[in-house]
Design a binder for this molecule. Sequence first.
Ligand SMILES: [Zn+2]
Length: 354
Amino acid sequence: MKKRRAARKTSAMVTVTDLKRTDSGEETRIVRRLMKFEELPAYMKDNEFIHNHYRCQWSLRDTFLSAFSWHNETLNIWTHLLGFLIFMWITVVSSLETTELGLAGIFNGMYGARISLSSNQTLLHHDSNVTQHISLQNVQGEVNNHNHQGDVIPKWPWFVYLAGSMACLICSSVSHLLACHSKCFNLFFWRLDYAGISLMIIASFFAPIYYAFSCNPYFRFIYLSSISILGLLSTVTLLAPALSTPRFRPFRANLFLAMGFSGIIPASHVLCLYWGHPNVFIALGYELATAVSYALGVVFYVSRVPERWKPGTFDIAGHSHQIFHVFVVLGALVHCVATLVIVDFRRAYPSCGV
Ligand SMILES: [Zn+2]
């Protein structure tokens, strides 16, 4: 069977036509055409403000290759794929034996700088008589992951967060790439996407709670098991096919927000336990920035602004879901910084009696 290809450009999109010649000499024409919203089957009609450039029921091969062409999901695929690659880079740097877990350690690893915060020259000091200072020195000695007592600061809760984030970002990217292939794929991948978001939220809680409550194992257990149960319940709820429909967009958004904002409880607890410690204030400031970033993303996700204001204008670039993706990646990165500040805090204080 021979195949030849013709491509022609129409306005902003490319329509690709495959001409397949069978052994009997007959020629069948297969058109991979970007469709308009009103041409879509009901299960694909999600956002009426995006008018054009939809892929619909393309072959699996063409759907995969569409990652490298322009349509209304291209930037949704790449925003989260890029986020995934950034997190993979952080994971590789973190897993190096020479990388000390902490803000300076990770940044040194990422930028290859030969500077580090020493354990006694921490970012901030809790003693109010001591001026807050940032001190950098050359790394000459061996790197370790111990606090002043010699207790090991484990890296695994940090890796739980990185793994959860990577899982969420890659699930999202693959879902945006493949969900258009068929009705079956559509149902499966959007639910996978929602499960990925739940997983990322649960994983986000692990590292900061583990490090912040390392002197309070009872509360640490309560908080971590509570968020795990809440996350699993949310995931099971979101696996119901009916909840994948556009009608339940606000419900899904509220569920994710409720999970995220349940972090206010352990955050307030940490504030009570370590009131007056600058590192804790800084970490919570970053957590607040994370929450604002996620919340802003959700506002775009639910309101479908700006495409609502000028339907059809933001089909390829600039629509609400792409903005939502960017805020998710930004929020996740700021959460990384918050977690590492807490690790620095844990390393800086020699005993649980602080
Ligand atoms: Zn998405």
